[in-house]
Design a protein around this ligand. Structure first.
Ligand SMILES: Cc1cc2nc3c(=O)[nH]c(=O)nc-3n(C[C@H](O)[C@H](O)[C@H](O)COP(=O)(O)O)c2cc1C
Length: 149
């Protein structure tokens, strides 16, 4: 992994609802990209089921996980929502817009997709933050060098 592994990020579950089909995907490639208005970019592999759903909708949620939620990161990051309802065994609620929000997370954002960019085997979705909630003050679950810490 080398040098690229030194880029550490917060670990999130990006969630979406396309015409009633809900899904969530573990995403570590997430960053702030604008202050005014607040915007966040997420990078999603083109082969992911979540990519297909994001192409069908204009909103997504970002659940920033706590260090106690490593298993949730592994769970949402190791199977596809095409075959599983990943929310079956997870505590969550739906926002007014029907976006899944996992319980006990550190922070939550709801974003509207305002732009996207092609990035090799991924697509970068740029979301304008429409709702933000700080739920815990602790340092979130991080990902770098192939490890969750
Ligand atoms: C810690 C971790 C971080 C990940 N980060 C990303 C990411 O930033 N972008 C991405 O497309 N996939 C990422 N993945 C892989 C997806 O979460 C994984 O392929 C998932 O099963 C796709 O689910 P889906 O097919 O339901 O969309 C990550 C996986 C793990 C375990």
């Amino acid at each position: 992994m080398g040098a690229l592994g030194k880029i550490y990020n917060a670990t999130s579950i990006v969630t979406m609802n396309s015409n009633g089909k809900i899904n969530g995907i573990t995403v570590a490639w997430i960053t702030r990209v604008s202050i005014k208005p607040p915007m966040i970019a997420i990078s999603i592999g083109k082969e992911r089921y979540s990519h297909k759903l994001l192409e069908e909708t204009d909103k997504f949620g970002i659940c920033i996980l706590s260090k106690e939620q490593m298993e949730i990161a592994r769970y949402f990051g190791s199977r596809s929502g095409e075959k599983y309802n990943k929310f079956e065994n997870v505590n969550y609620e739906l926002t007014e817009n029907g976006i899944p929000k996992i319980k006990n997370i550190v922070a939550f954002f709801e974003c509207k997709i305002v732009n996207k960019a092609d990035a090799g085997d991924h697509t970068i979705y740029i979301g304008k933050v429409e709702k933000e909630e700080l739920l815990k003050t602790e340092i979130p679950l991080l990902y770098g060098e192939h490890k969750l810490i």
